[in-house]
Design a protein around this ligand. Structure first.
Ligand code: PRP
Ligand code: ZN
Length: 304
């Protein structure tokens, strides 16, 4: 990703959340791609030391606009924010000029309808004539429309969960990850409206040609990081006769390396890269198949 002298003035700009559920994981992903940064005094601008890539730390809700305006080339946000703002822009007759490049493996949450603990909910028709507090009027309106329900949306920018107890709304739709916020406010998750994870978005504005290779290399490294995260290097000893059975158990292993063991004719060492999550259940199955000395190691980097 090194910049050549002719292109050194152009730099790829990535917007990530400054604080909140995606902030640490977004920045960590870029660091795992080998990017190192010098932070500005206010810590809102990170200058890539080793690559022509800069990071802007902003409110997640501002990221789509930065992409639409071409201020940033890439952004990491939740699908909830990307889709909400796409719907709202479309409603206003504006273009939502950004697209998804990659789904990432963090920031899982859901936009859910929540009702007071003690109240029943038998389906969307129960919302007819109700007041729904939300920071997601686009997605909530879309959900109501899909179910042919007329309800009033009370738009709030925060503390949505207290609206029912304050009497300003009957129910809410809000983001849920652990469910703690709902429980603390005596609300119950009644229906999931949308599931979300973090995504990497790309601005629809044209990218300077000199930055295309920078982007492509970054994307390949992100793939490598995502793949390495799931992958494990597994080493074990096993009876030679059980080789096929062991290979079947190892999740996502292609062709394991089989090595002979000094002084043991009937047992071999097997080394394999497992590209799928290795669960305890897999280890127990391996043991039952005669494996011993099973080691599971993390994979730091991977280049296919
Ligand atoms: C969301 C949501 C709740 C909380 C739910 O806010 O508005 O307050 O997370 O999480 P829980 O189920 O784990 O309790 P978030 O921190 O994402 O802030 P934002 O939506 O204002 O960016
Ligand atoms: Zn936010």
């Amino acid at each position: 990703m090194e910049s050549s002298p002719a292109t050194s003035s152009k730099r790829l700009k990535i917007a990530v959340q400054k604080s909140g559920r995606l902030a640490d994981a977004s920045f960590h992903l870029l660091e795992r791609c080998g990017l190192t940064f010098a932070r500005s005094k206010d810590k809102l601008f990170c200058y890539g030391r080793n690559v022509p890539v800069d990071v802007l730390l902003v409110r997640d809700d501002d990221i789509p606009q930065l992409l639409v305006d071409g201020v940033c080339d890439l952004g990491v946000v939740g699908q909830n924010v990307a889709e909400e703002q796409r719907l709202m822009r479309t409603q206003r007759g504006e273009v939502a000029d950004y697209g998804t490049l990659k789904q990432l493996d963090f920031g899982a949450c859901r936009l859910s309808l929540a009702v007071p603990e003690m109240e029943s909910f038998d389906g969307p028709q129960d919302l007819e004539g109700k007041r729904i507090a939300t920071s997601y009027p686009g997605l909530t309106g879309h959900y109501l429309k899909q179910h042919g329900v007329n309800a009033r949306i009370v738009r709030l920018s925060g503390s949505v969960e207290i609206a029912p107890s304050m009497g300003t709304a009957d129910v809410i739709t809000d983001l849920v990850s652990t469910g703690t916020t709902l429980r603390a406010n005596h609300l119950r998750e009644a229906e999931i409206i949308m599931k979300s994870t973090a995504v990497l978005l790309r601005s629809g504005q044209p990218l300077d040609a000199s930055l295309e290779p920078v982007l492509n290399r970054l994307l390949a490294r992100i793939d490598g990081v995502l793949e390495a995260q799931e992958s494990k290097y597994v080493m074990l000893h096993a009876p030679k006769s059980r080789l096929d059975q062991i290979r079947e158990i190892l999740p996502g292993a292609e062709s394991p390396t089989v090595l002979s063991l000094e002084g043991q004719d009937d047992r071999v060492a097997i080394h394999a890269v497992c590209r799928e999550t290795v669960f305890w259940e897999h280890l127990e199955e391996l043991k039952a198949a005669g494996a011993s000395a099973v080691l599971v190691l993390p994979v730091e980097k991977m280049l296919a």
